[in-house]
Design a protein around this ligand. Structure first.
Ligand SMILES: Cc1cc2nc3c(=O)[nH]c(=O)nc-3n(C[C@H](O)[C@H](O)[C@H](O)COP(=O)(O)O)c2cc1C
Length: 416
């Protein structure tokens, strides 16, 4: 069933495997100020490898929707400036060449923003102390501006050839901050009941939908459970299913991509978390909606695991991230029954995002014939224009991997 097509709004996915949004640092720097840069040729090349490897769609991202949310990690991407459109075209054309669809993730980080870097005040629904910087509570003008920013970016995405957009409402970012009672203490029409807390997200989706029309798929990365047990306030899986049903009833969304957890390492849990640990939340959402396709994620590493989820009716689509960083050919190998040739990702997050200024991304994976995590291969991609010798990269990776007790090897797969 993993290789059955799936209708998503106006589009058809050729199978059920989607390359999920993940920050890779593959931006083209802005020629004037560097940060934030653009998603274009290099990121397109990286995503096109996954498209050629058989995925139905790639979700590029995240793109920042406004200047006051664009500084979080090195190599942020700008989605609001029209100058991004020709870069997008270079990205989407490479993905389309291999028969896959290209989606763009739009993100407003809200309070999860480094104001000391951007020199702008971080904003959020309430002055919640859960972040590096306590955000300023957003007023009506800020809310309007954030809605308009999503619209601008959605239109730019369409002009740049993206087939769909995915609006971030999970992982502790702004829409999630509004949705969750953990971060939202407002007493106006944006706080209190679930209906009020989802008003902001609904307004964004409504405005973006209208702006892109019905030829572009519009979906949401929805939090499926804040996992705030032990008496802490937060969204339960039941609350999230209610939110999902309300989005479906609005008729505005073409898909719901359900993740769990609030942010940081919690969203890409390592070997202490069981495989498929977030699927229960997507399943709950799927039970609450009628026919909106639901995608799931989290430590889904091998084809039999993905197939089982679809067969059991727990979700309609599988979002893979680390497994596809490790092996872009995952889907083709799965379809051809070559599971044992898949370069296995132990999903340990030892080096998915590297720290050296010249290293843009680095995945640590097990080789096909190794036991989980015994031998690793580093996929290293250098930033444009950074003069780094192979020896320097070699040293960096050795130092990084030396922190881990088990024997490690690595090889450079490619430089983009
Ligand atoms: C290197 C890396 C970068 C990521 N960046 C983002 C991001 O920018 N936005 C987001 O919503 N999730 C991001 N994620 C989380 C993934 O979308 C996904 O939810 C998570 O990795 C679990 O899926 P997996 O087990 O298939 O890796 C990132 C994950 C990785 C490994």
């Amino acid at each position: 069933m993993l290789f059955q097509p799936l209708k998503v709004g106006p589009l058809e996915l050729r199978n059920r495997v989607i390359c999920g949004a993940h920050f890779t640092m593959f931006t083209e720097p802005n020629p004037v100020w560097g940060e934030p840069g653009f998603y274009g040729r290099r990121y397109g090349r990286y995503l096109a490898d996954r498209a050629r490897g058989g995925v139905a769609a790639v979700i590029a991202g995240k793109t920042a929707v406004a200047p006051n949310t664009a500084y979080k990690m090195p190599n942020n991407a700008n989605g609001w400036d029209e100058a991004c459109i020709p870069h997008y075209e270079e990205l989407t054309s490479q993905v389309h060449e291999h028969g896959a669809l290209a989606f763009l993730r739009l993100t407003h980080s809200g309070a999860m923003m480094l104001g000391n870097w951007s020199k702008q005040v971080a904003v959020g629904p309430s002055p919640s102390p859960d972040y590096f910087e306590t955000p300023r509570e957003m007023d009506d003008g800020d809310i309007r501006a954030a809605i308009d920013a999503h619209v601008t970016c959605a239109v730019n995405a369409k002009k740049g050839g993206f087939d769909g957009i995915e609006i971030q409402s999970a992982h502790g970012y702004l829409l999630h901050q509004f949705l969750s009672p953990k971060f939202n203490y407002r007493t106006d029409e944006y706080g209190g009941s679930i209906e009020n807390r989802m008003r902001f997200g609904m307004q964004i989706v409504d405005a973006a939908r209208e702006a892109v029309g019905d030829t572009v798929a519009v979906g949401i990365r929805l939090t499926g459970d804040d996992e705030q047990s032990q008496g802490l306030s937060g969204l339960t899986a039941g609350d999230c299913a209610e939110v999902a049903a309300a989005y479906e009833q609005s008729g505005l969304v073409d898909f719901l991509n359900v993740s769990v957890g609030i942010g940081g390492v919690g969203i890409m849990r390592t070997n202490y978390a069981p495989h498929l640990f977030g699927v229960y939340a997507a399943h709950k959402v799927r039970e609450a909606v009628r026919d909106t396709p639901v995608f799931t994620v989290h430590r889904i590493l091998m084809p039999d695991e993905a197939e089982g989820i679809i067969e059991r009716g727990e979700a309609d689509g599988i979002t893979l991230v680390r497994a596809l960083i490790a092996d872009p050919e995952w889907v083709n190998k799965a379809r051809e029954g070559r599971d044992d040739e898949i370069r296995r990702c132990p999903a340990e997050v030892e080096a998915c995002i590297a720290s050296h200024p010249a290293v843009a991304a680095c995945a640590v994976v097990g080789t096909a014939d190794a036991k989980w995590g015994e031998i690793v291969v580093a996929h290293v991609v250098t930033r444009d224009g950074v003069d780094v010798t192979p020896d320097e990269l070699d040293r960096h990776c050795r130092e990084r991997l030396a922190a881990y007790k088990r024997p490690r090897q690595f090889e450079f797969v490619e430089r983009l």
